[in-house]
Design a protein around this ligand. Structure first.
Ligand SMILES: *[C@@H]1O[C@H](CO)[C@@H](O)[C@H](O)[C@H]1NC(C)=O
Length: 210
């Protein structure tokens, strides 16, 4: 009996449960180079650290160029997600609205349409296009790092929930990267094959200079 008890004791000491169960982020401490937060002291952690009572019940403000809004619950807004490998956002896309071509460098995405219809697609690194109209209840996955977009279809606004395989998925919007920057227009024309008028027009719309 005694050897078995000793064995069980040893196993419990070795088991992963002796590592920290969680690492609620402390935004007042410096982040790691990859953007993860340092842990809040466990004695200071409470149930509210694991709850996001932000704005996900409320439609985002779609009075903008995109006619769309993303309301994130990423580790910056919800530090309880820190280190846990997942996060969520609410998408509101008004009639004619668009979440333009973009990537999340650090995460795959699952999109669940909860209202209306969304034309969604992604482009693989071999330039294959995977594009479909999603209706309420449909779920689409966008593999990590690939360019993708969402457009509202029909004559009613669309709502969706997007979950990510990272608490901090990252975001790069292609048009803003190309035209919202300070590179000289001639250089942007050179590296995109676009003409001068188009580049200058998009720089103006998207806040670029140069
Ligand atoms: C929505 O955003 C617009 C443009 O930034 C702003 O003028 C307006 O006040 C906002 N509406 C609400 C309800 O916050």
């Amino acid at each position: 009996m005694l050897p078995i008890l000793l064995l069980l004791l040893q196993l419990s000491l070795l088991s992963p449960s002796s590592a920290a169960d969680f690492c609620v982020g402390d935004p007042s401490l410096p982040t790691s180079p990859l953007g993860t937060f340092s842990c809040k002291k466990e004695s200071a952690v409470t149930a509210t650290d694991f709850i996001f009572s932000g704005s996900l019940a409320t439609p985002g403000n779609v009075s903008n160029l995109l006619k769309a809004a993303v309301s994130p619950a990423f580790s910056s807004q919800f530090p309880g997600l820190n280190g846990l490998g997942l996060s969520l956002a609410r998408l509101d896309i008004d009639v004619d609205g668009v979440i333009p071509l973009h990537t999340h460098p650090a995460a795959s995405e699952l999109l669940l349409v909860t209202q209306g219809s969304i034309l969604a697609g992604f482009i693989s690194t071999s330039n294959a296009v995977y594009c479909e109209t999603l209706n309420q209840g449909d779920l689409m996955v966008f593999p990590q790092g690939l360019l993708h977009f969402q457009v509202a279809c029909g004559d009613s606004p669309a709502v969706a929930l997007a979950s990510f395989s990272s608490p901090s998925p990252g975001l790069q919007i292609t048009s803003i990267a190309l035209f919202g920057n300070s590179l000289p227009s001639e250089l942007v024309e050179k590296v995109t094959f676009l003409d001068d008028a188009q580049v200058k027009k998009l720089k103006k719309v998207l806040g670029g200079t140069g």
